[in-house]
Design a protein. Structure first.
Length: 224
C-alpha cells in the first residue's frame, strides 16, 4: 500500500461584513475556532465593521457533525468546522495558508486595503500565526485572541515576515483555557526572537465578545 497526494479544487465559504468594494478600507481576516461556523462567529464583528473597515470571516475547509452519535444526521444536527487535525497536517496547513492568501487576493489584495489584520480566535490563532509567517499576503497586524502562536512556528525562519507586524495577544481575564502565564511566555518568546509583541487583556473568558472587540478596535484606531 502506498499513500500519495493529489491537489484538487475546493469551494470555500466565507462571510464579509462592511461595505463591498470600499477600496482603501482596512481589512480584517478573522479565523474562527474549533467547531465553529463562519456565519455565527462573524456576529460580534458587526460591531467593528463599517465604511472604513471590512471583516472577512473564512470558514475552515473541514466540516463535521458535532454530536458523537452514530447513524444518520437530520436537518437539526449541529455542524462545526476545523482548520486542521493531526492527520496529514502539513498538507492541511499548506492548504489553508493558500486559501487565506487566495481570499485576500479575491477581495482586492493589498491594493484594495489600507491595512490587513490577521485575526485568529482559539484554534484560529495558530491558523492566523502560520498564515502570517508562511503566506504571501502583505499582512500588517497579527491578533491572537484567546489563543497562542502555533506551537511549531519557526520564529527564526519566519522572522522576516513577522518582524514588521504589530503582534497582539488578547487574553480574557477569566479564560479557563489560556492561562495568563502562557500568554506572558509567548510574548517573551516573540521578544527573544526580535519580534514586536504585546498582551492586551479584556474582561471575559474564552470568547470574542462585542464589547471587548469594540474596545480593542477603538484602541487600535486611536493609536494610529
Amino acid at each position: 500500500m502506498r499513500e500519495e497526494h493529489l491537489r484538487v479544487r475546493r469551494t470555500a465559504r466565507y462571510v464579509v461584513l462592511g461595505e463591498e468594494g470600499a477600496r482603501g478600507a482596512e481589512l480584517w481576516v478573522a479565523c474562527h475556532g474549533y467547531r465553529q461556523l463562519a456565519r455565527y462567529f462573524a456576529r460580534p464583528f458587526a460591531a467593528i465593521a463599517g465604511p472604513g473597515r471590512r471583516v472577512a470571516v473564512p470558514e475552515g475547509l473541514s466540516r463535521f457533525y458535532l454530536d458523537d452519535e452514530g447513524g444518520p444526521h437530520g436537518p437539526e444536527a449541529r455542524v462545526g468546522a476545523t482548520w486542521m487535525t493531526r492527520e496529514d497536517r502539513l498538507h492541511e496547513i499548506d492548504d489553508y495558508v493558500a486559501y487565506l492568501d487566495a481570499l485576500v487576493a479575491h477581495l482586492g489584495g493589498p491594493a484594495g486595503a489600507a491595512r490587513i489584520t490577521a485575526f485568529g480566535f482559539s484554534q484560529g490563532a495558530a491558523t492566523a500565526s502560520r498564515w502570517a509567517a508562511y503566506g504571501e499576503a502583505e499582512i500588517d497586524r497579527l491578533v491572537l485572541w484567546a489563543g497562542l502562536p502555533a506551537h511549531d512556528l519557526d520564529l527564526a525562519a519566519a522572522g522576516t515576515r513577522l518582524a514588521h507586524l504589530d503582534i497582539v495577544l488578547a487574553h480574557g481575564r477569566d479564560d479557563p483555557h489560556v492561562a495568563e502565564a502562557a500568554v506572558e511566555r509567548a510574548v517573551e518568546s516573540l521578544h527573544a526572537a526580535g519580534l514586536p509583541a504585546r498582551a492586551w487583556r479584556y474582561e471575559g473568558g474564552h470568547e470574542v465578545g462585542r464589547d471587548a472587540l469594540g474596545a480593542f478596535a477603538a484602541e487600535l484606531s486611536g493609536s494610529r
